[in-house]
Design a protein around this ligand. Structure first.
Ligand code: HEM
Length: 437
């Protein structure tokens, strides 16, 4: 092995983060929080979202401005190695959400050491943290984990623990899927108001997982394109329309409990042992938007697509953004104010047995493609209590009838089971519910 490099196992051992050491390191992290400098305290004041609780953060949390999401293939077939990595990840993620580096040693050990003497021998160590977030606040970082259907295929003895609701999403009519951008064994969603903090989180977890997992796909998103609380203005997507107006918001407790969190009385989606109770399912679609085509459409056609005014976001025929959709209103032209092929008509709960989903979408632009067209769109994430009830039928209806399909290309699909949150003070980690203790 070349000088200065470390094996994955050696790296984790060096951090004191393998196996049980990881739980202990969690406590050490708490201690270091107590002793962290007042500079760190000031920087992070109001900038942290609790990592622990009944549910994972990053679902109903007020949507941050930036996303880095990554899906992994698991490489190892060693169950213990996977468990160790999940324990390590939990410790690192919790520390980062507090605005700390991934380990006590962090990025800077040795950087101020005299190169001639190097009394601690730190110059020959690989820094434990990559360092780009050292002076930054947590930026309300949340790190959310989920497990794909393929993780339950038998490699780790998890066949019997696959929740019935965790089925690979079908290919929907019109999908132009890029296989390498679909599915995955494990997902990590990092959201922060600072893009560098979100990137730092994914980068460091990926690094710690080296040899156990490999990146399957990842995506950066800038600019929230939905809202999960009622505060502030509704953001706009790259078509220029307000997006998230009728999203479920965190204060809608009944709908959140019925349609986002898996409840204990839903044995079909809780799986054997009910380990998903308090969890949720993440449904993912990368949707390329054909922006040059869209930008040539007249305003009337654009508004017809969403049945909303582009300026105010109000439904056509209504006045205010949050007015109900006037389904029974007919305009002078004879047609319904809310066209029956419009995105909003088709996605509305009235057309879907009352079902809703919690959307957490982000705009993305990745420069231009080889034709000079903007390579961008919407990275769509929805959280639901049961994909077969709250998501797949709605997506199927949109795939068949949505006028918006003229202007978009669905490039990916994925679904993940996100376990419930970790209780305050417990030694459980991200693998505990999955593996059953
Ligand atoms: C590029 C892709 C998409 C764009 C640009 C888009 C845009 C919009 C806009 C502008 C609205 C109206 C404002 C609002 O209530 O949020 C809306 C509503 C909605 N969209 Fe989408 N959307 C996209 C993809 C999807 C997908 C893939 C789904 C689900 C499979 C979905 C589900 C919904 C739902 C449930 C509503 C709320 C309907 C209501 O209750 O009135 N959207 N979308």
């Amino acid at each position: 092995m070349p000088r200065g490099s470390v094996s994955r196992r050696g790296f984790l051992t060096g951090l004191g983060l393998t196996g049980l050491g990881a739980a202990a390191a969690g406590t050490a992290g708490a201690a270091s929080l107590a002793s962290c400098s007042s500079g760190e305290d000031d920087r992070n004041a109001g900038q942290t979202v609790p990592f622990r609780g009944d549910h994972q953060a990053g679902v109903t949390t007020a949507q941050q401005e930036h996303l880095h999401i990554v899906a992994f293939n698991v490489l190892t077939d060693d169950r213990d190695e996977l468990r160790d990595m999940l324990a390590t990840w939990t410790t690192m993620a919790e520390r980062m959400t507090r605005g700390e580096q991934t380990t006590d040693g962090g990025a800077l050990t040795g950087t101020d050491t005299d190169a001639n003497t190097d009394p601690d021998g730190t110059l020959n160590l690989v820094p434990e943290d990559t360092g780009e977030a050292v002076d930054l606040s947590a930026g309300r970082l949340t790190v959310t984990v989920g497990y794909g259907p393929s993780l339950f295929d038998g490699r780790f003895g998890l066949q019997d623990r696959r929740p019935a609701e965790l089925e690979t999403l079908p290919k929907f009519p019109g999908d132009q899927l890029v296989p390498d951008l679909c599915d995955g064994d494990i997902v990590i969603q990092a959201c922060s108001d600072d893009p560098q903090v979100a990137v730092h989180a994914v980068r460091n977890l990926t690094r710690a997982g080296s040899g156990v997992v490999e990146v399957r796909w990842s995506q950066l998103g800038y600019g929230a394109a939905s809202r999960t609380t009622k505060e502030g203005d509704t953001p706009r997507n790259l078509f220029g329309f307000k997006d998230g107006t009728r999203n479920i918001t965190a204060d809608e407790t009944d709908d959140i409990n019925n349609m986002v969190w898996v409840s204990a009385d839903r044995p079909d989606s809780a799986g054997p042992g009910g380990w998903m109770t308090g969890g949720t399912y993440m449904c993912v679609r990368r949707i390329r938007m054909l922006l040059e085509v869209w930008d040539r459409q007249i305003l009337d056609d654009q508004q017809h697509t969403f049945a909303r005014y582009k300026g105010s976001g109000a439904p056509i025929g209504a006045h205010d953004e949050f007015d109900d959709l006037p389904f029974d209103l007919y305009l002078g032209t004879g047609g319904p104010a809310i066209p029956r092929d419009s995105h909003v008509y088709l996605a509305h709960p009235d057309q879907n047995n009352g079902q809703r989903m919690l959307r957490r979408a982000y705009n993305f632009i990745e420069g231009s493609d080889s034709m000079g067209h903007l390579s961008g769109g919407l990275f769509f994430i929805a959280y639901v209590a049961a994909p077969s009830v709250n998501f797949t039928p709605v997506q199927m209806k949109l795939a068949h009838e949505d006028k918006m399909n003229e202007y978009v290309r669905y490039e990916s699909k994925a679904v993940f089971a996100c376990p419930p949150g970790l209780a305050e003070g417990s030694s459980a980690n991200w693998g505990t519910a999955l593996f059953g203790g």
